[in-house]
Design a protein around this ligand. Structure first.
Ligand SMILES: [Zn+2]
Ligand SMILES: [Zn+2]
Length: 270
């Protein structure tokens, strides 16, 4: 694979899903390209050899990826805007994003979402420490493989994993033991988890949704007053903690793309 000026991938490039995380998409890309050395792919795409690629892929770095892979200009737009919100928030990526000891991207996941996807992919909001609950399935997100307790991290070379060697080249499988992240029992557990939590804990989990909307919209409302996202560092405890009950309900629009776009385009409607 050459990193010649202006070179791009013409074939075998999976189309990104709207809410997909770039780091996990790179796992899908490497598999589709039959890549045996991830360092080579990172170099070709102009990516750093190590570190959190979802955080890195904004601005010029994201433009370069789109050009190298001939992706539409809207690819990873939601991820990019969220990362801008993180950058402006004064909290920084280390406080807001889940990562491994080596600083690579780590994910929670909703097993019910994964089970419904004919082509499993991972959402960018599953990277956020505050995002604990799936509003689509009323389920608590899971942290690790139910069989071996391994964390979910990306990107990786899927063919070199135990799951890949066993013919399970899917993001819905654990890379270490090949266990099903979206198995029926895991789905049942994720839904029952929420039912046994008290009302206050449930509220705490659900306030992650408002925090994501705040990062995306780059402002938020507390106690009837609007604040720029730069203020998030001062108020984060309220947004993700028990005081979150004061958050304006209008911000609980994350995951509803139509409402998000209306809110962003038409500030007068806030
Ligand atoms: Zn879900
Ligand atoms: Zn496992």
């Amino acid at each position: 694979m050459s990193a010649a000026q202006g070179a791009s991938l013409k074939y075998g490039v999976p189309q990104p899903f709207q809410f997909e995380a770039p780091s996990a998409w790179l796992t899908r890309l490497a598999f589709a390209q039959g890549i045996g050395d991830f360092g080579e792919l990172r170099q070709f795409l102009g990516l750093p050899a190590q570190g959190d690629l979802d955080w890195h892929l904004q601005g010029k770095a994201l433009d370069e990826l789109r050009q190298r892979c001939r992706l539409p200009a809207s690819s990873f737009a939601i991820s990019s805007r969220l990362m801008q919100g993180v950058a402006l928030s004064r909290l920084g990526p280390h406080k807001l994003l889940l990562s491994t000891k080596d600083g690579e991207a780590r994910f929670r996941f909703c097993p019910c979402c994964l089970a419904e996807r004919s082509l499993p992919y991972l959402d960018i909001h599953w990277r956020f420490a505050c995002w604990r609950w799936c509003p689509i399935h009323d389920a608590v997100l899971q942290d690790a493989c139910p069989d071996c307790d391994a964390l979910v991290q990306h990107p990786y070379l899927i063919e070199s994993t135990r799951a890949g060697r066993a013919g399970h080249a899917s993001l819905s499988r654990c890379i270490f033991c090949s266990g099903r992240l979206a198995g029926m029992l895991v789905q049942k557990f994720a839904r029952e988890c929420l039912q046994v939590l008290g009302d206050v804990d449930q509220l705490w989990l659900k306030n992650g949704q408002a925090t994501m909307a705040a990062l995306y919209q780059q402002h938020f409302n507390l106690r009837g007053k609007w604040h720029l996202i730069q203020r998030l560092g001062d108020e984060y405890g309220l947004l993700v903690g028990l005081g979150g009950r004061h958050i304006d309900r209008k911000l609980e629009v994350w995951r509803s793309t139509r409402e998000l776009h209306v809110a962003v385009k038409d500030p007068a409607s806030w």
